[in-house]
Design a protein around this ligand. Structure first.
Ligand code: NAD
Length: 305
């Protein structure tokens, strides 16, 4: 039985308007502005969500501290933080929620009463998505491909959800080992282990499920992240890639008879958890899921707010 995913804490006092945004590199096509602003409209809230793109500003990732101070001075209520600033932002925060501190990455900052508080809703978002999309699946042993930014959040979420044993494979073995060490120091020795790509077949043969957390399958990175023959009926497959929603891996997995979960719900639930932290309002996640499907299916020019 999986425990319920942890709820983000400390709702703010209701306000009449909210100023929010996203700091990161190359974030022009982000769906976050539309997801947050559409949801705010449904609540009758005035909420602006701006992209603050360090590439467009011509500054490096280390400018995140300066941008955070500027946002505080300008009265921002909340910020999302994305690649390549999720780790760098931590030293500039007044407080970091314990789970985000343990995983060493912050994707959501609440600015309140002159203080900045960091959270990680990628992890809570994946946990909610998994509990909703693959309820009751076996989680004794899970293999995860990819130990980068998304992989770290997903791996922490999986062990929080009660996965007994997590095998981590990455084409960069240093990343798999570093993530495995971090997980074992948080959750207990032996819960996670790094596995060489050559040993993937053996680990998958013993696994209940596969989580895919590499960019393979994204628009611009087509293909499968592992040999097709390693999938088998009954193995569940969870994807983090969400553009497109239906990746080559998911199509193959469905054909074989694997229960599947796409990356769209993680994207929505991380936004929903951030929305709740920013506004104190309970987001309507089913409507946000419909928005995501609409936005992902829309022509590129309509995807950004
Ligand atoms: P990243 O570059 O930080 O990490 C990717 C990792 O995958 C790297 O460590 C790389 O070495 C490894 N890798 C690449 N190809 C591999 C393969 N075939 N086998 C094993 N390992 C491989 O990237 P990221 O920020 O973690 O993003 C990964 C994907 O997750 C992207 O497609 C991103 O859009 C998606 N993502 C989705 C959500 C969501 O809400 N659904 C959130 C964040 C990221």
């Amino acid at each position: 039985m999986m425990p319920a995913p942890p709820m983000p804490s400390t709702p703010p006092e209701p306000r009449s308007s909210y100023l929010t945004g996203l700091i990161g590199a190359g974030i022009g096509p982000s769906l976050s502005p539309a997801l947050h602003e559409r949801e705010a409209d449904r609540h009758g809230l005035r909420l602006l969500y701006r992209t603050i793109d360090i590439d467009e500003l011509g500054v490096g990732p280390e400018a995140v501290g300066q941008l955070l101070r500027a946002a505080r001075a300008l009265g921002f209520d909340g910020l999302n933080i994305t690649h390549p600033c999720k780790q760098l932002v931590i030293e500039h925060l007044d407080e970091v929620e314990p789970a985000a501190a343990a995983l060493g990455a912050v994707n959501t900052v609440v600015l309140r009463d002159g203080r900045t508080i960091g959270h990680n809703t990628d992890a809570t978002g994946f946990a909610r998505s998994f509990a909703r999309g693959l309820p009751g699946v076996a989680i004794r042993h899970v293999v995860q491909l990819g130990a980068g930014g998304a992989g770290a959040a997903v791996a922490h979420a999986l062990l929080t959800l009660g996965v007994d044993r997590l095998s981590l494979a990455d084409t960069d073995p240093v990343r798999a080992t570093a993530l495995s060490d971090a997980l074992n120091s948080r959750f207990g020795a032996g819960r996670a282990s790094a596995v060489a790509m050559e040993r993937l077949a053996a680990r998958l043969a013993d696994a209940d499920g596969l989580v895919h957390a590499t960019p393979t399958g994204m628009a611009g990175h087509p293909g499968l992240p592992l040999p097709a023959g390693l999938l088998r009926p009954g193995l569940w497959v969870a994807e983090v890639v969400y553009r497109p929603l239906d990746t080559e891996l998911l199509r193959l997995a469905r054909e074989i008879g694997c229960p599947t979960l796409d990356g769209g719900a993680m994207a929505v639930f991380q936004a929903a958890d951030a929305f709740r932290l920013f506004t104190g309002r309970e987001p309507h996640t089913e409507r946000m899921l419909a928005d995501l499907a609409d936005l992902v299916g829309a022509p590129a020019a309509q995807r950004t707010a």
